[in-house]
Every structure is written in structure tokens, then in C-alpha cells.
Design a protein around this ligand. Structure first.
Ligand code: NAD
Ligand code: IPM
Ligand code: MN
Length: 361
């Protein structure tokens, strides 16, 4: 099967980790007889260096034309990188938000699963981990605070900044439908997370989610306030199946959920529109502090590539094979430094990618 993949290395550890995901996909192609054609595109800091802007029309056009987009991560160190001398709309992050909006990627799926082998890398106590956990965060990705009006002004000599959090019912409905559809194939529970005790946008969120829930009578819906959810994630993570939430809450809660899986280097991510098209990237950032050292964990990106096989390329068997290879390497005791515990085999970025690729069958 021939497929076209837009390939965005990005900044920092981005090129290192996405290279390992490609290595694994190359092995998938050779074992299963597929042909993937990659077109490399620029985004974020790399695009600023080449074109002066973090996102070009060309990147949007070529990403749209592909069957899926595979990405590293973008951004630099805000203190030292010249990219942060630019105005906010020209910085790397604006490129990422721009491509999400341009491709209408409103549904961001971030699965947080604790591999049994990583119980020692999880910072929670054994009794809190219990039987482990397996949840997926369904984060709204093209609305809310990230895309509301913002401005910085000076009023009577006092500096003031404004960000706006707004959602309309259609934006809420379509992400809620995604969450219920996903829950139907899992343990049939949706926890909708909001701040309805304070925010109007959350009160509308709750109403619309309840309307959607009427079409899914076999799924249990519960509402949870976001502060409580942040606490419950480290108190009793096993209670969650599908967490449905708005953009900013989902950003914060997914980093928290990642840590209880052992490391942010384990948390994959898929950003989808209404079709099977998607952008696949790890949930973490470009980690400038460890870039170029061959220590970054490539597993989040490799698991994102597995989601790409499953959701955009309709290759379930191949996705299963990648996930099985990741599990096998962990069972054999290989660990990048972020998930290392005593007695395990310390492994670099490139070796981890090779070990996983070798186990694809
Ligand atoms: P970060 O996720 O890059 O790093 C946070 C911490 O986690 C660092 O200590 C880092 O070393 C570690 N870490 C991250 N990924 C790792 C991996 N695969 N293996 C091992 N350790 C890993 O977050 P940050 O430092 O707040 O942000 C750095 C830059 O990344 C910023 O410019 C930010 O805007 C950007 N960012 C981009 C994305 C994206 O492209 N989707 C996501 C988040 C942050
Ligand atoms: C993420 C990142 C981005 C976000 C940043 C880099 C704009 O943190 O993908 O989680 O906040 O969505
Ligand atoms: Mn984030």
C-alpha cells in the first residue's frame, strides 16, 4: 500500500525522536510490504530560520495534501533562543497553533497508560497504582483561551493584558461526540472536566455534554471540576476511562497524566479533524535542555506513529505490531534515562528506536 506522509522534524529533540519513529515505520513497511513516501516540511523555529515565519502556506498546503502528518515537537528555550525576541505571533508556538487551526484539528487524543513494567518509574505509591490505569484524555484543540481575542494595553499608565475564553455549542458538541464514541469502544465512562462553579463557558460545556450524552445511554457520564481532577489524577488514576475537557485544562492535565505513566516521554498524541486525517506528535515539547544528547525518550513519538497507522492509514495490524514491539522492549528491561530504574538496561534515543524497530513482526 502506498501512502504519503508529511514529515515535520521541528526543533530541539524533535528531529531526534521523529527519526526513530520513521525508523520503526520503515521496518513496518518492509515487513508488511507497504511504501510510505515522506515529504519533509518546516514548522516552528526551523521555519523561522528558513523563512522568517513559523508557518508558511506551503507547509499548510503540503500537509493538507498528505494522508497524515508525523511531527516531532517545536519551540526553543525562551531565555536563550532568538525566536523569543520576535513578537508572539511570529514565535514557534504560533506555528503549531496555526497548523492545528488550518487543518481543523479540533480533537486531541492523549492516551495515558501505565505499562506494568514501568510501575517503578511511576512516582505514585504501589497502593495508589493498584491495578494500574488506562485512560485517554480527549482535549478540545482549536478553541478556548488559545484562540480567543487577546490584547496587551496600557490604561492610565497601568499595563493590562486580556485573554478571552469562549466556546460555542457546536465546538463543544463535536468534541463531546468524539469522547462518547471513543468511550463506547472502551470501558464506557466519560468524565467531563470543567470549572462550572465559576466559568460561563464551563456551564455551557456541561449543558451541551449532557445533551450529547442522551444519545449514548450505555455510557456513564460524570462531571468533575478541574481542580479536583488534577488531585484525583494522583490520588486514584484508575478511576478514569475517557477524560473530556477544553483546550487549556487538557494541556495541563495531560502533562500531569503523563508523569504518572512514568514520564512525559511516554505520552503520545493524535490531533484529528472530522475525517481520518490527523497530525501525530508526542505530547511533550522540544526539551531544549536535553536536545542533541541522545537521551530523549522516543517512545511517545513511536506510539504516536502507531496511532497514525491506526487512525489515518487504516493499518490496525501494523499499529498493533508497533505497540507490541514497544511493550516487548520494556519487558526486556531497556530504558531511556527518564524511565530508568535500578537494574534496568540504560538506553539512548537511537538505540531505543532500533530495538523497537528490530522487534516489529
Ligand atoms: P518540554 O515538554 O519540552 O520539557 C519538559 C521537561 O520534560 C524537560 O525537563 C525535558 O527534558 C523533559 N522531556 C520532554 N520530553 C522528553 C522526552 N521525550 N524524553 C525525556 N525527557 C523529556 O516542556 P518545556 O520545557 O516547557 O518546553 C520546551 C519548548 O517546547 C517550549 O518552547 C514549548 O513551547 C515547546 N513545546 C512544544 C510542544 C509541541 O511541539 N507539541 C509541546 C510542549 C511544549
Ligand atoms: C502541547 C503544547 C502546546 C499547547 C504549546 C507548545 C502551544 O504544550 O501540545 O501540549 O499548549 O497545546
Ligand atoms: Mn502541553
Amino acid at each position: 500500500m502506498k501512502r504519503n506522509i508529511a514529515y515535520i522534524p521541528g526543533d530541539g529533540i524533535g528531529p531526534e525522536i521523529v527519526r526513530e519513529a520513521k525508523k520503526v515505520l520503515d521496518k513496518v513497511c518492509s515487513v508488511y510490504g507497504h511504501e510510505f513516501h515522506y515529504e519533509e516540511l518546516l514548522l516552528g523555529g526551523a521555519s523561522i530560520d528558513a523563512h522568517g515565519v513559523p508557518l508558511t502556506e506551503e507547509t499548510i498546503k503540503k500537509a493538507k495534501a498528505a494522508d497524515a502528518v508525523l511531527m516531532g515537537s517545536i519551540g526553543g528555550d525562551a531565555k536563550t533562543s532568538p525566536w523569543y525576541q520576535l513578537e508572539p505571533s511570529k514565535r514557534p508556538e504560533a506555528g503549531l497553533l496555526g497548523i492545528r487551526k488550518a487543518l481543523n484539528l479540533f480533537a486531541n487524543l492523549r492516551p495515558a497508560y501505565l505499562y506494568d513494567e514501568l510501575r517503578k518509574a511511576c512516582p505514585l505509591k504501589e497502593e495508589v497504582i493498584g491495578d494500574g490505569f488506562d485512560m485517554i484524555i480527549v482535549r478540545e484543540l482549536t478553541g478556548g483561551l488559545y484562540f480567543g481575542e487577546r490584547k496587551t494595553v496600557e490604561e492610565n499608565g497601568v499595563r493590562k493584558a486580556v485573554d478571552t475564553l469562549s466556546y460555542n455549542e457546536e465546538e463543544i458538541r463535536r468534541i463531546a461526540i468524539k469522547a462518547f464514541e471513543i468511550a463506547g469502544k472502551r470501558r464506557k465512562k466519560v468524565t467531563s472536566v470543567d470549572k462550572a462553579n465559576v466559568l460561563d463557558s464551563s456551564r455551557l460545556w456541561r449543558k451541551v455534554v449532557e445533551e450529547v450524552a442522551k444519545n449514548y445511554p450505555d455510557i456513564t457520564l460524570e462531571h468533575m471540576l478541574v481542580d479536583n481532577c488534577a488531585m484525583q489524577l494522583v490520588h486514584n488514576p484508575g478511576q478514569f476511562d475517557v477524560i473530556l475537557t477544553e483546550n487549556m485544562f487538557g494541556d495541563i492535565l495531560s502533562d500531569e497524566a503523563s508523569m504518572v505513566t512514568g514520564s512525559i516521554g511516554m505520552l503520545s498524541s493524535a490531533s484529528l479533524n472530522e475525517t481520518s486525517f490527523g497530525l501525530y506528535e508526542p505530547s511533550h515539547g522540544s526539551a531544549p535542555d536535553i536536545a542533541g544528547k541522545d537521551v530523549a525518550n522516543p517512545i511517545a513519538t513511536i506510539l504516536s506513529a502507531a496511532m497514525m497507522l491506526r487512525f489515518s492509514l487504516d493499518l490496525d495490524k501494523e499499529a498493533d505490531a508497533v505497540e507490541a514491539a514497544v511493550a516487548q522492549v520494556l519487558e526486556e528491561g531497556y530504558r531511556t534515562p527518564d524511565i530508568y530504574s535500578e537494574g534496568m538496561k540504560k538506553t539512548g534515543t537511537a538505540q531505543m528506536g532500533s530495538l523497537i524497530a528490530e522487534r516489529i513482526q
